[in-house]
Write a protein of this length. Structure first.
Length: 445
């Protein structure tokens, strides 16, 4: 273990001496500075824009540094015969791999930390210069997830391509509604009012001159049997399908224990509504250091993505040249970043394939021939996409940029569950174990 740590320290020192790394730090910092002067509609929008830019830049340069360190380290050691000098010492070959990996992780942690501190300082400065208008952007609201979700009897489970998971669709009588329960709605946490934020899918089952398909007036109702005088009056809210809508609720409408049930009711029996547990949330005011905590969460997720890419790139460098390793690592990151989009596209492609098969079953062969691609080719492409997604990480689940833009502080536990944590651990350990096994048997001339 001491030899691994010693090699890790040596790797950190050598990496920090490289001018390329220092140039990337300066280049990334310059980009963040330039982003702070971009035009915006308001001071608050400027602060929000700067946070999004900083996140993307830190992620981009972090991945770039990881690719360069992982792709060029082992080939350079072999070419300069430095690897032979290390192997002469009482070091196992697996120790060399682990030492380099830990050293590179230390370098990346320093890089991401410095860029994060620079970004935080710029955000604070721009927010200070923006005055009172930018104050709310400097205190992101904490997102509170629903503790429970219920759909009325008769709700139909449906799957949509643009949103993972199963949603519940209600139609027919308007008493078929959707309900969310929130706990801990108390003044110490929310103050006098709580902001409820929701996004649902809307449509019509039959033509209705009074109701549009994409926009409807829903009724938001709070249930509190313990409240004197009964439930508060319903709140009509104009809602567009798949767009976030907000409303403000007095905290006093929750029961004494801080539990509140919120219902969404459709305007007529000729409409339908679909949602799931993630479709509604509450926003609690952020504390004095909520901005620092929010940027810290973003940096943790960036470091996790960068560490996975580093491990894969370092493992591939044992088999391929530096250029090939660089391309493989970039493809790995790009595919992982597009995993959410690829899954949605796969869902749409499967629906198209099923329609082609249905047309063939109905003996409308001329319709099948009119497609740009034959069914067997579409099916083959879908299977290949499924195979790639099965082995690639879903970096889109670790993306925090949308929460920064929305001004929300989302706990890491809401983004990375136990299943996601296990997969990330597997992506970190499996490539390294394979690399260590190969390094034990690899001969270095």
């Amino acid at each position: 273990m001491n030899s691994i740590l010693a090699l890790a320290r040596l790797t950190v020192v050598e990496s920090l001496r490289k001018r390329v790394f220092l140039a990337l730090v300066g280049f990334g910092a310059a980009f963040v500075v330039v982003a702070s002067f971009l035009p915006a509609m308001s001071a608050a929008a400027r602060v929000t824009l700067l946070q999004a830019w900083a996140y993307r830049l830190v992620l981009f340069f972090g991945i770039l540094v990881a690719l360069m360190l992982g792709a060029f380290s082992m080939p350079e050691d072999v070419e300069t015969r430095r690897i032979q000098t290390l192997l002469v010492k009482p070091l196992r070959r697996s120790d060399v791999m682990l030492g380099k990996f830990l050293g590179f992780l230390g370098v990346l942690a320093a890089f991401i930390g410095l860029m994060g501190l620079a970004s935080l300082a710029l955000v604070r400065i721009v927010g200070f210069l923006g005055g009172a208008e930018a104050e709310h952007a400097l205190a992101p609201a904490l997102r509170v997830r629903a503790a429970a979700f219920e759909a009325a009897p008769g709700a139909v489970p449906v799957i949509y391509a643009s949103r993972p998971g199963v949603q519940h669709r209600v139609e027919g009588p308007v008493d078929r509604d959707l309900r969310w329960r929130f706990d801990g709605v108390v003044r110490d946490r929310f103050g006098e009012h709580a902001t409820v934020r929701f996004r649902v899918r809307l449509g019509v089952t039959r033509p209705d001159a009074m109701q549009g398909g994409d926009a409807q007036t829903l009724s938001l109702r709070v249930e509190n049997p313990a409240r004197p005088g009964g439930d508060p009056p319903p709140r009509p809210i104009r809602v567009w399908t798949r767009r976030w809508a907000e409303a403000t609720l007095p905290v006093s409408e929750a029961d004494p224990g801080g539990t509140i049930w919120i219902r969404l009711v459709r305007p007529s029996a000729g409409t339908w509504m679909a949602a799931d547990a993630e479709s509604m949330e509450l926003l609690a005011p952020g504390g004095p250091f909520s901005l620092e905590a929010n940027i810290g969460r973003a940096l943790v997720l960036i470091f996790l993505q960068v560490g996975i890419v580093l491990g894969v790139t370092l493992a591939v460098s044992l088999f391929a040249s530096a250029l090939v390793t660089l391309l493989v690592g970039f493809f790995f990151f790009l595919t992982g970043s597009l995993a959410g989009f690829l899954r949605a596209s796969l869902f749409t492609s499967e629906a198209v394939l099923q329609s082609m098969r249905d047309a063939a079953t109905r003996a409308h062969s001329h319709r099948v021939e009119s497609w740009d691609f034959p069914p067997w080719l579409v099916a083959l492409a879908n299977r290949l996409t499924e195979s790639v997604l099965a082995v690639m990480p879903d970096f889109s689940r670790l993306d925090y940029a949308s929460h920064l833009v929305a001004g929300q502080a989302v706990p890491l536990a809401d983004l990375v569950g136990w299943g996601d944590a296990a997969r990330c651990a597997a992506y970190l350990t499996v490539p390294l174990l394979l690399a260590c096994a190969v390094a034990r048997r690899k001969e270095y001339a």
